[in-house]
Write a protein that binds this ligand. Structure first.
Ligand code: NDP
Ligand code: 8X3
Length: 264
């Protein structure tokens, strides 16, 4: 991972779960960080943990961290990002488009219009807006790596997940087009597609109902945010001529969104 020392990594949705674990692992590897999320306090706590991790690693170089309170679904906020980032961190080497969520398990016909709109606004339009902003600079410098967080739900739809699955299928299609468009550049484009990861994801899905969220992971050892962080850092730290285009990563006892073996 010496390839990551001094690189600048921008992570959206860095205040919890996969994004937070990824921030800490890149910090350990000597990268500089720009961390984005809507919750400023949680973001600050992750930045502090990342600073500690960088110090404890003893790696020379990197360790600069900027946090920006930002909603990726707000186009004006995304457009104003650079005003909030110190000049020496404005050349992004790795963009991790991780911010995303699902609300509910309602079936088509019963889904709140506001949930439909907010899932697309964050998972799809937010990811696209961030990419549009940053790919321009990457193209100008002919270097960079865009890592999008898709999902098993972007490969296989399931009952009660129509909108979320549609957003993640959209992420996969967008990522595929982008990779093809950039084939004549030194910019890499990758997608990580996790199965069940125990984060705040299910608490958000069940609108704060922790016991409903816990049931999702009952009888199975789910992935952790740290597991996915390892994949992201692995993908980002391959030699410049190697692009891990897709990484589909499941818990050992999960085979699809609806096929999991529970109870050991
Ligand atoms: P968490 O809920 O723990 O983390 C989601 C992160 O996204 C938070 O930091 C949240 O921060 C941020 N976020 C949400 N909406 C916005 C927004 N509009 N603008 C900026 N930040 C936002 O869940 P995970 O870590 O599990 O989720 C990360 C990604 O992984 C998501 O894209 C999710 O779809 C994907 N994924 C998750 C799986 C799982 O089983 N957990 C499986 C497959 C994919 P804040 O609220 O502070 O803005
Ligand atoms: C999260 C995994 O199967 O709950 O992307 O949609 S799933």
């Amino acid at each position: 991972t010496s390839r990551l020392v001094g690189k600048t990594v921008l992570i959206t949705g860095a205040s919890s779960g996969i994004g937070a674990a990824t921030a800490i692992l890149f910090a350990k590897g000597g990268s500089n960080l720009i961390l984005l999320a809507r919750r400023a306090d949680a973001l600050k706590a992750v930045a502090d943990a990342a600073t500690e991790a960088h110090k404890a690693s003893g790696v020379q170089g990197g360790g600069k961290i900027a946090t920006v309170q930002l909603d990726v679904s707000d186009r004006a906020q995304v457009a104003g990002l650079w005003e909030k980032v110190p000049k020496d961190l404005r050349d992004v080497d790795v963009l991790v488009n991780n911010a995303g969520f699902v609300h509910g398990v309602e079936r088509v016909g019963e889904i709140n219009a506001s949930d439909i709109e907010s899932m697309f606004a964050t998972n799809v339009f937010g990811l696209i807006a961030m990419t549009q902003l940053i790919v321009k600079d990457m193209k100008a410098r002919n270097t960079g790596h865009i890592i999008n967080i898709g999902s098993v739900a972007g490969r296989e739809p399931y009952v009660g997940g129509s909108i979320y699955c549609a957003t993640k299928h959209a992420v996969r299609a967008f990522t595929g087009s982008l990779m093809r468009e950039l084939v004549d550049t030194q910019i890499r484009v990758s997608e990580i597609q996790p199965g069940m990861v125990e984060t705040e994801f299910s608490v958000v899905r069940f609108r704060g109902d922790k016991s409903a969220a816990d049931k999702v992971y009952e009888g199975i050892t789910p992935l952790t945010g740290e597991d996915i962080a390892e994949e992201i850092v692995w993908v980002a730290s391959r030699p410049p001529h190697v692009n891990l285009a897709e990484v589909f990563v499941l818990p050992t006892n999960q085979a699809s969104p609806t096929l999991a073996h529970r109870g050991g």
